[in-house]
Design a protein around this ligand. Structure first.
Ligand SMILES: *Cc1c(COP(=O)(O)O)cnc(C)c1O
Length: 231
């Protein structure tokens, strides 16, 4: 997509959403120049699904924005992820959290993470089931180099934005109950939900972080690597 169109799209979304809602520009498969056009127009957080793409983009763009990992993190990519990302939004197993913790210890840093909630309880999807979220967060909170800072959810895919509303509402309820539980070391600051076709509904249901790809960068070209997000 043309760089000036990307800039116009970013400004349009920024103008539309409340000031306290942050945008994560979901950059999968976009070039570093396309990402830079979005940054010049006001984007402060870039989300990446693939470590390979993010290495290239990070080498070019560096730390002038925050990098969020929003894909499925493979075990053999954790070390690289710890080098690049400010936030990993998709922590959904103790094993993954523990491995991030270990790599962070070795690198002398800590990692801010969001817990991914499988709000639609879809068997093929990643994420912690709503009913397990409190216990899960309590156990992960014990890891020294992991800082839980919020929740993320995708919700079941639908063309119809209203279909997402109950899943966003459910995730907001979990967010509030975990916040009320005041678990040591856990801060429920960010609720990351809503994409191009559902961000308006997500904001109405309490999202303060939305992840937008298509609305900023245009339709994705079909590349094999960008077909289904989760196997
Ligand atoms: C691609 C992606 C988005 C953005 O999707 P769009 O519909 O293009 O806005 C948001 N979140 C995740 C996890 C994604 O993979």
């Amino acid at each position: 997509m043309k760089y000036d169109e990307i800039a116009r799209n970013v400004k349009a979304v920024l103008a539309e959403i409340p000031d306290d809602v942050r945008i994560v520009a979901a950059a999968k498969s976009r070039t570093p120049d396309e990402i830079l056009a979005a940054i010049d127009a006001g984007i402060k957080i870039v989300g990446e699904n693939y470590i390979q793409d993010s290495v290239e983009a990070f080498n070019r763009i560096g730390n002038k924005i925050k990098w969020h990992f929003i894909g499925h993190l493979q075990k053999n990519k954790i070390k690289k992820a710890v080098e690049i990302f400010d936030v990993i939004e998709t922590v959904d197993s103790f094993d993954l959290a523990e491995q991030i913790d270990m790599k962070c210890a070795a690198a002398g840093r800590s990692m801010e993470v969001f817990i991914e909630i499988n709000s639609g309880k879809e068997p093929q999807k990643s994420g912690v089931l709503p009913e397990n979220s409190m216990e899960f967060i309590k156990s992960v909170s014990a890891l020294e180099h992991i800082k839980i800072r919020g929740l993320m959810t995708m919700g079941p895919f639908s063309e119809e934005p209203e279909d997402a509303r109950p899943y966003f509402a459910e995730t907001k309820k979990i967010f509030d109950s975990i916040r009320s539980a005041s678990i040591p070391g856990v801060e429920m600051k960010y609720l990351s939900m809503g994409m191009t076709n559902s961000y308006r509904v997500a904001v109405e249901e309490g999202a303060n972080m939305i992840r937008i790809g298509t609305r900023i960068f245009g339709k994705r070209e079909i590349k094999v690597r960008n077909l289904p997000l989760e196997p």
